[in-house]
Design a protein around this ligand. Structure first.
Ligand code: KIV
Length: 272
């Protein structure tokens, strides 16, 4: 297996499938705005996910359910303006694709036309097969999302690890194979046992991107604000924090407040 980092001018869905075939791991992070997306793209991430986690991270909702299609398009178009290399995948939000395939296609078309995103992601397996097929038939690349699907949180009741029981694990494997069969270019597996994720990654040829799904998948995704430590109350085992920006920013802002109050800021070199 190759661990070498190849240079790609622009990541496409085909690049990702090739990466899996060549044993190159895929890096994916969320972003929801221009400034962050510029940094993430410039740092060399393969895929930027405009996740409906924007509902939590950007808007402060408890779940991903309240975010609207218009709001997702706003976030996605800001990200697209910043990106020159990464593939931009945009979540279809709750309520924009579950009722019927025509509505799903309309929502996906709005995302593609109005944001300029490169692909969409939908949560679920065989229950939404017809909607996914309809979107794929329109030439829109689709990424699946199985395991813990946060849009179904009120059905699950908790954010605990999914598919620990045999029946749910078997359905997940069947759903992953179905997603590959109908033409999805990849699938996210969220918070499932590592052995199951490995089995899925070995049984399909499209990339499997894990979050809380262990190391034996084809790539990893994290929520940007969690991995740079801007959020600090969410501490699942799978989360590695690379910075502690919550504390660093709090200190910087407190210092600024102090400098303003004590008239240290602005000084002579900071005025016209
Ligand atoms: O919305 C999101 O951020 C996601 C990731 C957790 C995969 O779907």
């Amino acid at each position: 297996m190759s661990t070498a980092k190849k240079e790609y001018k622009r990541i496409t869905v085909k690049t990702l499938v090739d990466m899996k075939a060549n044993g190159e791991k895929i890096s994916m992070l969320t972003a929801y705005d221009y400034t962050m997306a510029k940094i993430v793209d410039g740092a060399g991430i393969d895929v930027i996910l405009v996740g409906d986690s924007a509902s939590n991270v950007m808007a402060g909702h408890e779940t991903t359910l309240p975010i609207t299609l218009d709001q997702m398009i706003y976030h996605a178009s800001s990200v697209v303006r910043a990106v020159s290399r990464s593939l931009v995948v945009v979540d279809l939000p709750f309520g924009s694709y579950q009722s019927d395939p025509k509505e799903a296609l309309r929502s996906a078309i709005r995302i593609m036309k109005e944001s300029g995103g490169h692909a969409v992601k939908l949560e679920g397996g065989k229950e939404i097969k017809d909607s996914i097929k309809r979107i794929l038939n329109a030439g829109i690349p689709v990424m699946g999302h199985l395991g813990l699907t946060p849009q179904s949180i009120y059905k699950f009741g908790t954010y605990t690890v999914r598919a620990k029981e045999e029946a749910e694990a078997e359905k997940l494997i069947e759903d992953a194979k179905m997603l590959e069969r109908i033409g999805c270019f990849g699938v996210v597996l969220e918070k499932i046992p590592s052995d199951l994720a490995k089995k899925v990654a070995e049984s399909i040829s499209i990339p499997v991107i894990g979050i809380g799904a262990g190391p034996d998948v084809d790539g990893q995704v994290l929520v940007l604000h969690d991995m740079i430590g801007m959020t600090h109350e969410f501490n699942p085992r799978f989360l590695r924090r690379y910075l502690n920006l919550f504390d660093d920013m709090t200190d910087a802002i407190a210092q600024y407040v102090d400098d303003v109050k004590t008239q240290d800021f602005p000084n002579d070199s900071e005025k016209y």
